[in-house]
Design a protein around this ligand. Structure first.
Ligand code: PLP
Length: 382
């Protein structure tokens, strides 16, 4: 039934397959018996293998077991879910927070909870697929604005009269590594909300790649010096820079309570294992105690970017440890990725439908050494 479709995908060089590691995920990996330096992971601070993260998770399994049994609304959560929510709210400077099982389930649960048929969503054209799917599920009217173009966004907003308007943007765009103009978007909402007795502009920020990376780890709104407002909802993940698993919504008390009561991916899904919550708590503790991790992440990023540009590559508008290397064609992306693999470097080719323009997506982390980055540069000198 699907074989012809698969053949067509293969002919277009778009067939994907999973590779299997026999080592922990980290800056060095072992795959199919070969060692590679890994530039494909979103574990930006190298916390997935941090001893405090691992020990805390082990201890939680020993004391609380593994499976959560059911949704937290059905059979209750553990004290670690509650502790992580309090810690996340404190970390993000919000009144409240709620844990989700993944970033994907957060976006597909929260967006339909805050937007309905009567709402209008303004969404950046490069927003993550989970936002796109969340918008579809919400049944709200969706208006796509040009990537990071706040003038276009303002023009589109002026034309809409819906009661609730929601602007949704990634903070850091996951395939391009650039940062949303959040200060301008914030001002745009602030100006409009300040004339109303009840704010009707909501700003929803997907801070999956900003949390643990921007603003000394606190994320995008700290990076821009924006203060949390009742009309801002921050979504973020524990699965990337925090080296753990799961996601959160952080915002004011009523917004979070509403999401808890209406987000279907929260209500109708078994809770995250407590050991994952323990790992996230530990990761937050580590980044509070080890600010040097950020220095290392950003100096590694600077070293890599400097050298990659010197080789003549186009890194698009990257501003973060996500460094795309643009290629003309899918074939070229695959060729470079294979060449890197042959030289002990794991960095994937990213192809449609994940992106419109093919590229190699290089992610630099705090766990890389200067030698790792030199090896990458050497391998890129085709
Ligand atoms: C911007 C963005 N949002 C959400 C997600 C989904 O997060 P998770 O991997 O925890 O499901 C991702 C992950 O790739 C992402 O890049």
């Amino acid at each position: 039934m699907f074989s012809e479709s698969l053949i067509r995908l293969k002919e277009k060089n778009l067939l994907r397959e999973i590779k299997n590691r026999n080592s922990p995920q980290g800056s060095r990996i072992l795959m199919d018996g070969k060692n590679y330096i890994n530039f494909s992971s979103n574990d930006y601070l190298g916390l997935a293998n941090h001893p405090h993260v691992i020990e805390s998770s082990k201890k939680a399994i020993e004391t609380l077991g593994f499976g959560s049994g059911a949704s937290r609304l059905l059979c209750g959560g553990s004290i670690l879910h509650d502790k992580l929510e309090k810690k996340t709210a404190e970390f993000k400077g919000t009144e409240s927070a709620l844990i989700f099982n993944s970033g994907y389930s957060a976006n597909t649960g929260i967006i339909p909870a805050i937007a309905d048929e009567g709402s209008v969503i303004f969404s950046d054209e490069l927003n993550h697929a989970s936002i796109v799917d969340g918008c579809r599920l919400s049944r709200a009217k969706k208006i796509i604005y040009r990537h990071k173009d706040t003038r276009h966004l303002s023009e589109l907003i002026e034309k809409e009269t819906a009661k609730r308007k929601i602007i949704i943007t990634d903070s850091v765009f996951s395939m391009d590594g650039d940062i949303a103009p959040l200060k301008e978007i914030y001002e745009l909402c602030l100006t409009r909300n300040s004339t109303l007795s009840i704010p009707n502009f909501l700003l929803y920020i997907d801070d999956a790649h900003g949390t643990g990376v921007l603003g000394n780890g606190k994320g995008a709104i700290a990076h821009f010096g924006i203060k949390p407002e009742s009309w801002i909802i921050q979504m973020g993940t524990f699965s990337k820079a925090l080296g753990s698993f799961g996601a959160f919504a952080a915002g004011n008390k009523d917004a979070i309570e509403w999401i808890l009561n209406t987000a279907r991916s929260f209500i109708f899904s078994t809770a995250l294992p407590s050991c994952a919550a323990a790992a996230s708590i530990a990761a937050l503790e580590v980044i509070e105690k080890e600010p040097k991790l950020f220095d290392r992440l950003w100096s590694n990023r600077e070293q890599a970017v400097h050298e990659i540009i010197k080789l003549g590559y186009d890194i698009m508008d990257s501003e973060t440890p996500i460094i795309p290397v643009r290629t003309e064609t899918v074939e070229e992306a695959l060729h470079i990725s294979q060449h890197l693999l042959g030289n002990g470097i794991f960095a994937p080719a990213i192809r449609p439908p994940s992106v419109k323009e093919p590229r190699i997506r290089i992610t630099v982390t705090a766990a890389h050494t200067a030698e790792d980055i030199e090896s990458l540069i050497k391998a890129l000198s085709l």
